[in-house]
Design a protein around this ligand. Structure first.
Ligand code: MOS
Length: 741
């Protein structure tokens, strides 16, 4: 049997210390203040009224009854909405997650769009009045999703200049000639992040200066975006966001609500607080859109892959072309000589989707790694040995080398711990009484990226360091590992390091997205510490040597500011970061001649399912994952990231599903009673193995992002285990009892 990982794993080669979480005590004692907790003097409360249709027009809107509710201060509609400047979509160099500006006219573009905002002296009054706003609609038939009448399907390469459909050789001919082929369609559902902390905003003006308390994965984006929308100098905007109660991508790009709330606060001369309700979060923020995949794969009888073809379809809105384009990674994964890929966007009458933990990889690698299992079955090969035959250390597209790739080490270590050798390959061949047992496995993968960042570090002669950086801890452990970066570089015990994050008065840092924080903010902090070391002649004094070294400098403290950008960044990378521009990361163009290396973290995940032979109830008693991601800063926080990722990955296979009323293009289960999320009882045992890996090329710290690694591939591992248990291949997620009967 596999051994449970201890909660504080001992560091192996190339791993830092498993120090406890920096803000652990503050969090468990309730000392951490979140956006809506922050006290402001004499606030007003805003409550949104949202549309009951997905498409059409507001025919009439009557606020008389609502305005009569005691305590109501103002009701905003399209007739009197605060003036806002339109800004561009985030993926097109702008700031917002959707360009559907609410209260700008009578048109309704998606379900749950803001149609009025009530501001009152109390939350209760605002809410009551909101329910008394009478809206009459002139609805038209919406197009809900892939396959619906009236959607517009376009090639992603046409509208997303950054996207290229990778191709190599003649995949069509190679598929035709291949002795063993598979050809299948896979579907993934709509999912919503549902972070515990709701989408809250508190806006307070002092003269012409605005302070915003809002949970954000990108405070500099929010600062510049709100300034552009309200026509104020960005220097007059201060975003305060020390803690984020979960985000998973949903707080990466600002929504349209903030400008309404801050605009109202300016007009009414009082702070305004607003927390969207749980159901409003489903339509006023982003989500993971549903996808469809057509995969064809060809192989020789000895298991060598001959061709891969992957066409993807992703839902987006009518207003914005959001794209994840996961073929980018999928086609690089195994050593096929011929490749064809294409991504399509399907424009529907929906709110604009957005980043959700491993946005491209979760759906696309699910499809790929399920197809890999189907091919192993067709070849009558062990799925791990099949992958070993097709492992590669270079890009099958253009031959660029991987900086490191320990995927088979992960498979081997996890397989040994999990007890894979006890698996009998035939479906339905393992049984325990009424329970059919299935073992399944799949690869996890996530690109290692970096974005421009800056930081300031001050060291005092008494051996304390203070770090300032507007990076974000979205629950991932950023406070802890960034403090460790400074502690290691300055040769201090980590307890002597204090750190501030999540505030635009600090040096700018990139979006807490793409798992870039440790690599990016960490590299900037490291650079500031190196500048400090330079003041001491590049030999950082430690312990008792520190005070005399400061005495020789004739000072009691030194402070350094540093900027960092990944190789391949333009000269204005950090300037653009301060302007709140998303991205700006380095990284190679895989279709260029002298190709940049591929940088990815890898893992292998193993799942045991038990399926009741009579009811088809599905249980997952245990999972094992092994991961290799360069230098591991902190095995304790890393284990937690991996474990959380696998649990979410399991839930994405079996539980998570936003149900869509396809006639009305509306979400049905927009609450966390009916939107199912894994709880402790769903996951008795999750074992995490960290495979040591050294990669000196990815960045100066040698770290690969791990926040979005472990939830990739899990759905395939579960689905492969379900096939092994039952002989049924379910190709649309989530896998539920009804699909197995
Ligand atoms: Mo993550 S979806 O890149 O915030």
């Amino acid at each position: 049997m596999s051994q449970p990982t201890p909660p504080v794993p001992a560091p192996l080669a190339n791993m830092g210390q498993p120090v406890p979480r920096y803000e652990a005590r503050a969090k468990v004692t309730g000392a951490t203040l979140y956006a809506s907790d922050t006290p402001v003097a004499n606030p007003l409360y805003a409550y949104m009224v949202t549309s009951g249709i997905a498409k059409g027009r507001i025919a009439a809107l009557d606020t008389a009854e609502a305005a009569a509710v005691p305590g109501v201060v103002r009701i905003y509609t399209q007739a009197n909405a605060p003036k806002r400047q339109p800004v561009k979509y985030s993926n097109e160099g702008g700031y917002v997650s959707s360009t559907a500006v609410p209260l700008a006219g009578p048109d309704i573009r998606h379900d749950g769009e803001i149609v009025a905002m009530v501001v009152a002296d109390s939350y209760e009054a605002a809410r009551e009045a909101a329910h008394r706003v009478a809206v009459r609609y002139a609805p038209t038939d919406p197009s809900a999703t892939i396959g619906s009448k009236g959607v517009e399907t376009i090639a992603a390469a046409k509208v997303s200049p950054g996207h290229k459909d990778k191709k190599k050789g003649d995949a069509e001919a190679a598929l035709k000639a291949a002795p063993v082929t598979i050809d299948a369609i896979y579907m993934t559902p709509t999912q919503h992040h549902n972070p515990m902390e709701l989408f809250a905003t508190t806006a307070e003006w002092k003269g012409d200066a605005l302070t915003l308390y809002e949970p954000s994965q990108f405070v500099f984006g929010l600062k510049n975006g709100i300034a552009a929308q309200l026509g104020v100098d960005p220097a007059k905007v201060h975003v305060v966001n020390p803690y984020v109660g979960g985000a998973f991508g949903s707080k990466g790009v600002m929504t349209q609500r903030t400008a309404l709330i801050a605009g109202a606060a300016r007009e009414l001369g009082r702070p305004v607080k607003c927390a969207l309700t749980r159901d409003q979060g489903f339509t006023l923020a982003t989500y993971r859109a549903e996808t469809k995949h057509h995969i064809r794969m060809g192989a020789a009888r000895d298991g060598k892959l001959l061709a891969y073809s992957h066409e993807g379809w992703e839902v987006t809105s009518r207003t914005d072309d959001y794209m994840v384009g996961g073929t980018e990674a999928a086609v690089e994964m195994w050593n096929w000589p011929a490749i064809w890929s294409k991504v399509n966007l399907v424009r529907a009458d929906r709110n604009t989707p957005g980043f959700m933990r491993s946005p491209p990889e979760v759906p696309y690698i699910y499809a790929l790694e399920t197809a890999m299992d189907e091919m192993a079955v067709a070849l009558k090969m062990d799925p791990i040995e099949f992958r070993r035959i097709n492992d590669t250390m270079k890009s099958p597209v253009n031959g660029a080398p991987y900086t490191s790739r320990s995927v088979m080490q992960c498979f081997d270590q996890a397989a040994a711990s999990f007890g894979w050798s006890r698996r009998t390959p035939a479906p339905m061949s393992m049984r325990d009484g009424d329970w059919l047992i299935g073992y399944g496995t799949a690869m996890a993968v996530y690109p290692s990226q970096g974005m421009p960042a800056s930081a300031r570090v001050r060291l005092t002669s008494d051996g304390h360091a203070h770090v300032q950086c507007a990076a974000h801890d979205v629950g991932t452990g950023a406070y802890t590992v960034l403090a460790q970066v400074a502690a290691v570089a300055l040769k201090l015990p980590v307890e002597r390091v204090t750190i501030e994050l999540g505030d635009t008065s600090l040096p700018a840092a990139p979006v807490a997205g793409g798992s870039v924080t440790t690599a990016s903010a960490g590299s900037a902090i490291h650079a500031a510490c190196e500048k400090i070391a330079r003041r001491f002649g590049n030999a950082m004094p430690a312990g008792p040597e520190l005070a005399p070294a400061f005495a020789r400098l004739g000072t009691s403290s030194v402070e350094e500011y540093a900027e960092w950008a990944p190789s391949g960044s333009g000269p204005d990378a950090v300037k653009d970061l301060y302007k709140g521009k998303l991205g700006g990361g380095g990284g190679g163009d895989p279709n260029k001649k002298d190709p940049k290396p591929l940088m990815y973290a890898f893992g292998a995940e193993f799942v045991e399912v038990r399926i009741n032979a009579r009811t088809r109830e599905i249980r997952v008693p245990r999972m094992t994952g092994a991961f290799a991601a360069g230098h591991i800063m902190n095995p304790r926080t890393a284990r937690s990231q991996y474990m959380g990722g696998m649990i979410w990955g399991m839930a994405s296979a079996l539980l998570e599903n936003t149900e869509l009323d396809e006639r009305r293009a509306r979400y049905v289960n927009d609450n966390i009673a009916e939107y199912l999320i894994a709880v402790n009882a769903d996951v008795p045992q999750v074992d995490i193995i960290m495979v040591p890996e050294v990669d000196r090329q990815v960045n100066v710290l040698g770290v690969k992002g791990i926040g979005e690694l472990a939830n990739v591939g899990t759905a395939a591992a579960v689905s492969n285990a379900v096939y092994h248990a039952t002989g049924k291949r379910i190709r649309d997620l989530p896998i539920t009892m009804d699909k197995l009967i």
